[in-house]
Design a protein around this ligand. Sequence first.
Ligand code: FEO
Ligand code: CA
Ligand code: CA
Ligand code: CA
Length: 598
Amino acid sequence: YNKGGKGARGLRFTPVAPNTADTVTIPEGYAQNVVIRWGEPILRGAPAFDPDKQSAKAQAGQFGYNCDYLGLLPLWSERGRQVLVANHEYTDEILMFKGYDDANPTREQVEIAWAAHGLSVVVVEEERKSGKLTPVPRHPLNRRVTATTEFKVTGPAAGSDLLKTSADPTGTKVLGTLNNCAGGETPWGTTLHGEENFNQYFANSSRATDKRYGIGTAASERKWELFDKRFDVAKEPNEVHRFGYVVELDPYDPTSTPRKRTALGRFKHEGATVRLTHDGRPVVYSGDDERFDYFYKFVGTKRMAHGHSRRAREHNLTLLDEGTLYVAKLTGDSPAIEIDGTGKLPKDGEFDGSGTWIPLATATAKGAVSHVEGMTAEEVFVFTRLAGDKVGATKMDRPEDIEPNPHTGKVYVALTNNTNRGVGTNAKADEANPRNANKHGHVLELTERWNRADSTKFAWSLFLVAGDPKDPATYFAGFPKDKVSPISCPDNVAFDRYGNLWISTDGAQLGYHDGLFGVATRGDRRGELKQFLTMPKGAETCGPIVQERRVLVSVQHPGEIDDATVENPASTWPDGPGTYVRPSVVAVYRKDGRDIGV
Ligand code: FEO
Ligand code: CA
Ligand code: CA
Ligand code: CA
């Protein structure tokens, strides 16, 4: 590693060594605080956390479980405060309830789990002289959205026969959001949240379309179908068509109905990241996190309105309903035989090539048009994976978070891993996914033609091929590999104010815990990857935000290891022995009050 605080501006810290400590380990000279834990009360009337006496009502007023995406939005009217928005991806019942019997969950346990899913909005306050953040309970903007909150479906699939159920013959009203993984903030002041592995909540399906989405033919693991028949596909076939979307929330209006935006397609949305075209229309990137699945781009047709008037806000809440959904096809420019993962570079010295955004369907105010032969527009928006299959999109190694660099416009795609690549009859390594049995993942750098967000052509190259730098099949944008941190399984990505890329990992396969890394994307230090923090046992690093004075991360599913239970925990982070392990948000800041990494 680099010794001392050298590095690109914004990354001048001593890297944290890979480790297996059951704590959040941060660089020398930095401090941390737990901003908020699972179960802390945020709404008026919510009781203090008491895990032995938990109720669904209490949980619905408390911070949810397994925080993932984090957004921090300005709160101009209140000095030193910001609005924190968090996803709660899923529940770990075995670590939430003493004596949990997964064959026979109780109604109360299931209803607590419903209330622990969804989203939280909570106002947070900065300590004056540091980057420390603390929640402001009972703030009027604080809100919980759960698996039973009412959503409105908008865009081309709203009202479709495919979305009608016995409880909702209109096909426009859905209860809840599930498995919200990554997300993004819009330039118009809302947040987007990807519904990812929604398949796991549904039982008893026999349809081919459901199979393509991984929906099971038997009982679900949590057995929610025993308590609400909408989770039983045999009894309520269309409910499952109402999950797998990007949802949009207006965190500034706690009474607003959150929306499911069908124009962005239905798949296992890892997240959704927005940029604007040169003329002010939204472009949204989103990955479908599955082995051999695709990544997508939505290009809107309406321009964003500026200002904070009610009219502007209402207009901007329609931007994601009209536009074209595209899927990515990538072509390498070197013979595939040279990129078999032995560490040899392709003949031209780079893993790179060109790409096309293939249009799938266009949604307009007057209706939607399909660009896929043999599928209606409604089918494209509801069975988007099948549309990608038909047009020959490129099968990727689990496309996770995607984010454009605000300084350069280049787009970074995290591909977490794919141990099935090249196994049996599966697709073999190609230049964009250059490793068979890809255990450690990679990061792709994509340049839209003319650097225009709405281009239908792009160039791409690999930025990182992750793993132990001593492994010849790794690549750090050409930076000397004896000077970088090992990294495995890139998942979420974010940019700091200097244009450095920050990468959090999920399921690192090098024998160390997951963590957060920063890497320069430009200049002499491009590719110099440095580890900023490590996670407690069993935890995944999620939702990174890098502000001037703090780094914020979600510590998701700490203690989720093998047969761990409440009585026999693998971790008791953050509060120590005798307490429940609790997924939490952590802020990291400089002890001397200065900016991060300068
Ligand atoms: Fe929930 Fe794709 O990570
Ligand atoms: Ca993720
Ligand atoms: Ca090449
Ligand atoms: Ca992941």
